[in-house]
Design a protein around this ligand. Structure first.
Ligand code: BMA
Length: 369
């Protein structure tokens, strides 16, 4: 299985040994690029990473996450015609921790939402559903350490954003929305952060749950008590944490889910990317590749000698795009420091899941090693 992908004058080759081909000119956006545009001292950034991605007005738009020098994360906007080069960065950040003058959905307790995200806004995922872009992002509380609620904001034009507050009132990260209703319901994948001792979902960093809603803007979700994916037991590249990455992409083989997995080591916690396919009509049915599709390499964080690197050995995605020919563009942060892009193809991603699957609820390989 080998695919030669031609995209915007560039050629990428992918196969089962290298299921994802990095763009040769990575990184596509660096902190230096942002700092050329955001000039005030309090807006200077140290990082640009984990961007949400969408098609908008014949362009690819990106909501990237940047750490300000204070340590708080904000989201900036960039756009490009081909999704690879010539990124145009907007002068002002797009989403910052909200304040009184922002737009809030009717009936929301502004003060609560302001407190909920005063610690920073991170890791946006963008889903276009019925003409509205839904952005789910991690909102950190200003005063409570590590208190994180995935929150929802909507936009139609990437200029005005309306806040809807937390998707669920529980510690959570990595909420991705499927781009259309399935069997009459909106569907999301979520990664609860709590363990059973905290009494909420009983989920943990090692589980991906599925949830259903009748109305996206209501923030009322029914989360399944059973995970759709779980890591248990022995060593694996995904052994210690998993979480949905990009919002699922519809393909001829099912919904493509690019997720991240972490394996703790004696010296650091490498983040890799993996791939799973959910059945188009029953997203609880899933095939997971036991082999990751992307490991963090030096090529994922090309910075100058004196540049800051935030977290070594990380690849992390919040957004991907699928083209009609089955090509998949995966946008990913390198070492929580720069933004990169890589290209794959659904035929190769599916073949990986088919030939080298792991048991979705334990992570045990289902093929002969
Ligand atoms: C996770 C999140 C991501 C980050 C990753 C690696 O917990 O904070 O935003 O990319 O850790 O540091």
């Amino acid at each position: 299985m080998k695919k030669i992908i031609k995209y915007e004058g560039y050629e990428f080759v992918v196969d089962l040994n290298n299921p994802v081909a990095r763009f040769a000119d990575n990184p596509i956006i660096t902190p230096e690029d942002v700092n050329k545009i955001w000039r005030e001292p309090h807006r200077k950034v140290m990082t640009v990473h984990n961007a949400g991605i969408a098609r908008f007005n014949n362009e690819i738009v990106m909501l990237f996450r940047s750490h300000l020098r204070s340590g708080v994360s904000v989201l900036g906007l960039a756009r490009s015609k081909n999704g690879l080069t010539s990124w145009d960065i907007a002068k002002e950040p797009a989403l910052m921790p909200c304040h009184e003058s922002d737009l809030f959905a009717k009936g929301k307790d502004k003060q609560r939402l302001i407190e909920n995200e005063a610690g920073g806004v991170e890791d946006p995922r963008i889903s276009l559903i019925d003409d509205t872009y839904y952005i789910t992002y991690s909102a950190y509380h200003g005063l409570l350490r590590d208190r994180v609620r995935v929150s929802l904001s909507t936009t139609m034009d990437f200029k005005k954003y309306t806040r809807y507050g937390e998707v669920m009132d529980m510690d959570m990260r990595n909420v991705v929305l499927f781009p259309e209703k399935i069997n009459g319901k909106f569907v999301a994948l979520m990664r609860p952060n709590d363990d059973s001792s905290s009494g909420h979902t009983g989920g943990s960093f090692k589980e991906i749950r599925i949830a259903y809603s009748d109305d996206l803007k209501s923030n009322v979700w029914h989360i399944n008590p059973e995970p759709v994916m779980k890591q248990e037991g022995g060593p694996s590249a995904f052994a210690d944490k998993i979480g949905p990455g990009a919002p699922p992409l519809k393909s001829k083989y099912g919904w493509i889910q690019i997720f991240h997995g972490v394996r703790s080591t004696m010296d650091g916690n490498p983040y890799v990317l993996g791939v799973a396919f959910h059945d188009l009509n029953n997203p609880e049915k899933v095939m997971v590749s036991g082999i990751p599709i992307l490991f963090p390499l030096q090529a994922d964080c090309r910075v100058k000698e004196n540049d800051y690197i935030h977290v070594p050995q990380v690849v992390f995605t919040c957004g991907a795009i699928r083209n009609n020919d089955g090509t998949v563009l995966i946008y990913y942060g390198g070492n929580d420091t720069v933004m990169n892009v890589a290209v794959s193809h659904e035929d190769v991603l599916y073949a990986l899941c088919e030939k080298y699957p792991q048991e979705p609820l334990t992570g045990q390989p289902l093929y002969k090693l």
